[in-house]
Write a protein that binds this ligand. Structure first.
Ligand code: MG
Length: 391
């Protein structure tokens, strides 16, 4: 049976725990930036990272990039921007309760999807297949490329010149083949070490956010029904609890009240399990955190519930025929664009043509990955629509 205690106990208020734990990331002990800069005024190093991310071009584009539903399908669905804000909110709550660094969690959360292509995972798959003989395409690596190289905002360096800890958090996964080329942030994948607890939080806050908002958006779109979701234990338990407490509640409020409680359960469980793991392993510093097993984790029962929910979403939402049609079309659009630009780089905007002279495929991938959903659709029309001869 689903463990009742997971959502019945409440966390302690965070105000009493303002001091950072010794194993938190401390901005004044950062490993620093690739290009040395004077210390920031009136904010710490991680707050400066967060501010640079919020001001970046790639961050603004997240508003018009989607995860599951294409942006123009409806105004109420999540975009990567609202998703990133939800991840930051969930992540900060967890960090505060564990006396970890909220600013660093926020910076990582806001940057974690900057490298995503248009059209969500469909776009990534298309670009990865197109790039298979040229180093592949992976959105985590691309997020790092955006903040290290592709943003053009500062006189003295390419990218945003973020701290090591924020960059390390952005690079969630990396294959052993790619790791050696990534310098300092690639090392841990070769040495089997962990990132900061703040990076671990951002990773699981991402999972909490997308599982729950995909349920919400799935119901809103009509691709999922409440009846179907009854087969997911965690959803059914919370739905029944809400129905018992509010017998007349129906429609959106019933759904929102249920999802709100699921998010609370997950956050509370994650905090409690992580507290227990930290108490067991007793890291004395961030450096000791790197040597420990993952210390931010769900309890085994809740991890199983999360797996069940993910499996349900995979079967009933991500593989729904209407999503599959959108996915197929999205892939076709991106592959058409990729092959057209590679065949004739003169079709690229001038600022990309120069870069394409030395690194043709990677430059085309960077250009396409930076597009929003609607820009990619328009670019495809400009290049392929019969009867439309406009530049
Ligand atoms: Mg995400």
């Amino acid at each position: 049976m689903f463990p009742k205690r997971c959502w019945s106990r409440r966390l302690r208020p965070a105000a009493a725990m303002a001091e950072l734990a010794p194993y938190a990331a401390h901005p004044d002990q950062s490993r620093g930036r690739r290009h040395p800069e004077p210390p920031p005024m009136g904010r710490n190093e991680y707050q400066r990272d967060r501010d640079r991310i919020v001001h970046s071009t790639a961050f603004r584009r997240l508003e018009y990039k989607t995860q599951v539903f294409v942006n123009h399908e409806g105004d109420l669905f999540r975009t990567r921007l609202t998703h990133s804000l939800e991840v930051a909110q969930i992540g900060r709550t967890i960090a505060r309760n564990l006396r970890l660094n909220e600013d660093l969690v926020e910076a990582v959360a806001l940057a974690h999807d900057l490298g995503h292509t248009p059209f969500g995972h469909a776009g990534q798959e298309a670009l990865n297949s197109a790039m298979k003989d040229h180093g592949g395409f992976e959105h985590n690596l691309q997020s790092l490329r955006v903040v290290d190289l592709l943003e053009e905002r500062y006189a003295e360096f390419d990218g945003l010149n973020l701290t090591f800890e924020t960059r390390e958090g952005i690079l969630k996964h990396c294959s052993p083949q790619n790791a050696p080329e990534l310098g300092d942030v690639g090392q841990r994948f070769l040495q089997g070490k962990r990132p900061s607890l703040e990076a671990q939080i951002a990773n699981l806050a991402d999972e909490i956010a997308y599982n729950n908002h995909d349920v919400d958006d799935g119901l809103r779109s009509g691709l999922l029904t409440l009846e179907q979701l009854q087969e997911v234990r965690m959803f059914a338990e919370h739905l029944n609890e809400v129905r018992r407490a509010y017998p007349g509640l129906v429609g959106r409020r019933l759904i929102h009240e249920t999802i709100r409680r699921m998010i609370n359960t997950l956050v509370n469980d994650l905090v409690r399990q992580s507290q227990a793991l930290i108490a067991t392993h007793r890291p004395a510093s961030l450096e000791e955190v790197r040597e420990c097993p993952p210390l931010i984790a769900f309890s085994p029962e809740i991890a199983e519930c999360q797996r069940e929910l993910k499996g349900f979403l995979r079967t009933h939402l991500y593989r729904h025929y209407r999503v599959a049609r959108m996915t197929a079309k999205a892939k076709r659009i991106l592959l058409d664009l990729f092959h057209a630009f590679v065949a004739d780089p003169r079709l690229l905007p001038p600022q990309f043509q120069e870069k394409a002279e030395n690194h043709l495929h990677r430059t085309v991938a960077d250009y396409i990955a930076g597009m929003t959903d609607r820009y990619a659709i328009r670019e495809h029309q400009r290049l392929f629509a019969v009867g439309e001869i406009t530049p």
